[in-house]
Design a protein around this ligand. Sequence first.
Ligand code: FAD
Length: 402
Amino acid sequence: MTVRATARGAERGSLDGTTADVIICGASFAGLAVARELAGCGASVLLVDRYELGERATSACAAPTPWLHALGLGEAIRQEIPHMRFITPHGSVRYRLPWSWSAFDYRHLCQLLYAQSDARFHTAKVQGRANLDQPVEGEGEGIGVVTDRGVLRAPLVVDALGWRRVLGESGYQPPNAPLSRGLEVHPGAHSGDLDVWIERSLVRRGYGWRVPAAGEARVGVASYAPADHVRRPTVELAERLDLEAVGYQGNWFPHRLRPAAESSIFFVGDSAGHCFPLSGEGIRTAFYFGIACGRELTAVLGQRSSRTEALARYAAFSAGHARAFAIAGRLQRLVPALPPRMLTAGLRLLGRQPLIDRSFGWYLDQAHPSFAGAGQSVGRKQSDPRRSSAGGQPPVQANQGA
Ligand SMILES: Cc1cc2nc3c(=O)[nH]c(=O)nc-3n(C[C@H](O)[C@H](O)[C@H](O)COP(=O)(O)OP(=O)(O)OC[C@H]3O[C@@H](n4cnc5c(N)ncnc54)[C@H](O)[C@@H]3O)c2cc1C
């Protein structure tokens, strides 16, 4: 039985009427990246999540190693993974990447990120926005966030609540929303490569994976078709690998960008669709857009920008990445439609080292770790020159010299 750390019932007092300069709803990758970016700016930052920090992982927790180091999260790494292996019904190919993945410990990583912030944290379930029917007009006007512990209020509010986009204007529900679904199990096992299965007999439109994490295998299946169930193929993959299907965890994740600003609220991570189609990789992008959002918020708090300007710039920055997301979206439709032999031949062709370096280099560039500006305090961050044409005004540039 899962033992939860989150306080329940009488242990949870009222938070009604609590105010802050910034409220960040959701304390996972995206929310914690925003909070970290606000460190040292002197503002009161309130983070809320329905669970305790790091209590409930929903992903395989593999991210590009350079990103983890850029954020000072190296301690949370359990295993570095330099190779990927793609397996189809007609063979397998092994790639040495120009950068490596690392599987990390979710709780540890959340704690490390939180320790780098100045935010206060409370558990509370966010239910929606107060007075949704009334537009927020005044710049300094507080936005009410309704939670199961009362209404919280701040002029700057971030929705980092994942695919449900709870503070959005309209609902977002599977199976009709552009969402993929994933499920995985966590048996004990040792292996070395990040294995990816692309087999229609396993999952019609999607892929299976095994992420090694130092004595644990994170074995799962994702389907791009939200109506297709993933439990049976997940169990099948575990059985094929002679592993026990234990320690289930799963979630939905988006495969289409959504507006990153709406009704005076900033949306970051899965709530803004910041998860790459095809790969379903959303941790790095949650960090990346979380940092961009944090920089815009810092500019508002430092009175170098109005909320309206910051919302517009952040939304343009996010939308400026639409091309990369659209390419990945097209590949997500194409790959499952390719005849398996052609797919295998294509993967072999791509397996030449210069092509691997080029394609995976391009992929990393779409949300590059240099954007994190590791080791620099707020206001001294560098912009990534590769990103400066990514769209709109890059927040890092806009905020430099703070
Ligand atoms: C099985 C699976 C495996 C995956 N593996 C990987 C991987 O290895 N690498 C990778 O890059 N991506 C992976 N992904 C995708 C990745 O998990 C997401 O893109 C990523 O978690 C997005 O981060 P986020 O912070 O935006 O949202 P989330 O991680 O979903 O965090 C949302 C937070 O909001 C909180 N919350 C939600 N609703 C409420 C509410 N009403 N009130 C209060 N709090 C609330 C949640 O508790 C949570 O802490 C995987 C996804 C799945 C489903």
